[in-house]
Design a protein around this ligand. Sequence first.
Ligand code: NAP
Length: 257
Amino acid sequence: MSILKTKTVLVTGASKGIGEAIARHCAAKGANVVLAARDKTALDRIVSEIQALGDQALAVQCDVSDYREVNNAVTQAIKKYNDLDILVNNAGLIDPITRLADSDPETWDFAIDVNVKGVYHGLRAAIPEMLKTGHGTIINISSGAATGVLEGWSHYCSSKAAALSLTRCADKEYGGQGIRVIGLSPGTVATDMQKSIRSSGINPVSRLDWDAHIPPEWVAKAVEYLCGKAGDEFLGKDFSLRDNEARKQIGLPQSAK
Ligand code: NAP
């Protein structure tokens, strides 16, 4: 039986891409899923498709840069399903891709609001609820950019490094109280984000073949894996799907590289 069965899972940035795949996978494995993002039309469409399986999905419009909206998503999840077992802090953005001297301070700032403060807001809203039950898993979707740098990605690299630091901080503070916090670095994934990266043409990632990217469903399988006992090895760290040994453990194909 899947570790996800009967669990309540809140996924931010679930209106498309990796977040959508995680929400669909969790629901297919028997979880109640709460999908949060700004695009309510997209969320409603995905939720109505999941609802064909049963009353196990809820859409909550939410901009993760606003703490009140993230807190509301946590409240709605608990109101409908009585508990919050798993939070996936997935919402993120990379646009606009531009070198530092050409960057716009306002859009640079917004990337931090979403990629850093969005993760903080999720932790801040979920941890007190998880402490009440003495258990919970929080997966922060990370990136190789948390530890490496690429031209044109100063906002993204800085924000993902800060998000990794939040993973480590949360594990240090609450790891001994039943709260499991893990980063998941997926490698490159075939989503709209990679389309943006490709159109920027600014660094080597933009020139990768499309078939070098993994499908978002593989990331969803990694989330399920990390929610189980096997994830304990990665508490307070980033787990990387670029690692062939990690892929083998999850039953995913090996990387050609
Ligand atoms: P995507 O296809 O562009 O989807 C991004 C998602 O984030 C959308 O659902 C979007 O929904 C949501 N989002 C953006 N800003 C938001 C905000 N202010 N509030 C709430 N939701 C927001 O990107 P993706 O590839 O699936 O990326 C998902 C995560 O994986 C990100 O954290 C990204 O950094 C990470 N990642 C991706 C790759 C990759 O190669 N694709 C690699 C490493 C890490 P709305 O617009 O509806 O709000």
